[in-house]
Design a binder for this molecule. Structure first.
Ligand SMILES: Cc1ncc(COP(=O)(O)O)c(C=O)c1O
Length: 390
């Protein structure tokens, strides 16, 4: 048996008539950049995410970038974030000329730990009084929200803007004390990615930047088209961050199926948890399944399982074994950002963020997607059990 980590062909097969018809419609219209499909997607994704203003952009990376630009972050500013995330989270901070300040993660959720964030903020201010920390970028890693109430409270106390990197968590619920909030719709700005492998993925790059602040919404729209106020009149310097109509059309078809896909992913995640427990791998300490910390909160989308990530003993050997058995896996992420060469000038060292470094050595993402069949899932678990029995 061959079980890939993701099977987009299986998803497309189920949607082919719907998607092909929409794509042909866009081609017939010859309206390729922004336009009615993008506007409709913005309304739909904004409604799903609890954001009054949603702006379709060229990628998740550009969604974060344009958010930081709209908040006027630049040289002399710093932004707090997690070192255990995809590169774009911190890469965008550096690209606007600001300085990423990292804080360690919660080892249970892999998300930015609010207590560590507060400590990192205090210690950075002491060391670098000339650089102002102005924002915080929490990431909802693997499809589960960071502890937003605590991070929002910290931001409120310290006067920081909050940019949610919700690239991996479209539709995820966060059980706030003030009611359920959606990923990307709680902070001052939220960013989504529609990269093809995401739970809501296009046929190429795409993203959405969202806010409930009307002024910020307008700035995001302007910056998406070079900072243009009126045709060929520019108030400030933006970029070309536009979303294509073809992407929006594909995404709108997929969006209708998203709730059912998310449900399937959660069911598969629960089944993995059960199967790992039954094989004794959890009790014997070989496998730690992911914790869905909001499961008992009453939230429907308590975790969207963009990735199903276990901690595994002898992870690197297990990965090779699974490759030989044709089971697709991936490591998100093998080297935390504070140890990346491109950030060497920030002065971080190994040992600075033990929880992130430990996670990088242990995590392994297993196949999960709505079309994954029970016998394929059984095969994955059986091969993992086989590895530890050897
Ligand atoms: C956490 C995180 N942030 C940002 C991004 C960037 O999104 P994109 O690849 O659409 O630019 C991604 C996805 O790749 C991501 O997983």
């Amino acid at each position: 048996m061959n079980v890939p980590i993701l099977n987009l062909k299986a998803q497309y097969e189920g949607l082919k008539p719907e998607i092909d018809a929409k794509v042909l419609e866009v081609i017939a219209s010859q309206y390729f950049v922004l336009g009615p499909e993008v506007e409709a997607l913005e309304k739909e994704v904004g409604a799903l995410s609890g954001a009054a203003h949603a702006v379709g952009v060229s990628s998740g990376t550009d969604a974060i970038l344009v958010a930081l630009m709209a908040l006027r972050l630049g040289p002399g500013d710093a932004v707090l974030t997690t070192p255990f995330t995809f590169f774009a989270t911190a890469g965008t901070i550096a690209r606007v000329g600001a300085r990423p300040v990292f804080a360690d993660i919660d080892p249970v959720t892999f998300n930015l730990d609010p207590v560590r964030a507060e400590e990192a903020l205090a210690s950075f201010r002491k060391k670098q009084p000339g650089i102002r920390v102005k924002a915080i970028v929490p990431v909802h890693l693997y499809g589960q929200c960071a502890d937003m109430d605590k991070l929002m409270a910290l931001a409120g106390r310290e006067g920081l803007a909050v940019v949610e990197d919700a690239a991996q968590a479209v539709g995820a619920d966060y059980p706030s004390a003030s009611g359920f909030r959606k990923a990307g719709g709680y902070g001052h700005v939220g960013a989504l990615s529609f990269y093809p492998t995401k739970n809501l993925g296009g046929f190429g790059d795409g993203g959405m930047v969202m806010t409930n602040d009307a002024d910020l919404g307008l700035r995001l729209r302007k910056l998406r088209v070079h900072g243009e106020r009126d045709r060929y009149y520019y108030d400030e310097i933006g970029g070309n961050f536009r979303l294509d109509a073809l992407q929006a059309a594909v995404l709108r078809v997929k969006l209708r199926h998203l709730p059912e896909w998310q449900k399937n992913r959660r069911a598969l995640a629960s089944a993995y948890g059960r199967k790992f427990a039954e094989t004794g791998l959890v009790d014997r300490g070989f496998v730690v399944p992911p914790a869905a910390v909001y499961q008992s909160s009453g939230a429907a989308e308590y975790h969207t399982f963009h990735q199903y990530v276990i901690r595994a003993k002898d992870r690197d050997k297990l990965l090779v074994f699974l490759r030989e058995k044709s089971v697709g896996t991936a490591i998100f992420y093998p080297l935390p950002l504070h140890l990346q060469k491109c950030f060497a000038s920030l002065g971080y060292r190994e040992g600075d963020f033990p929880a992130a470094e430990k996670a990088a050595g242990e995590v392994l993402a297993l196949p999960i997607y709505a079309e994954l069949k029970p016998d394929e899932q059984d095969y994955v678990v059986a091969r993992i059990a086989e590895f530890y029995s050897g």
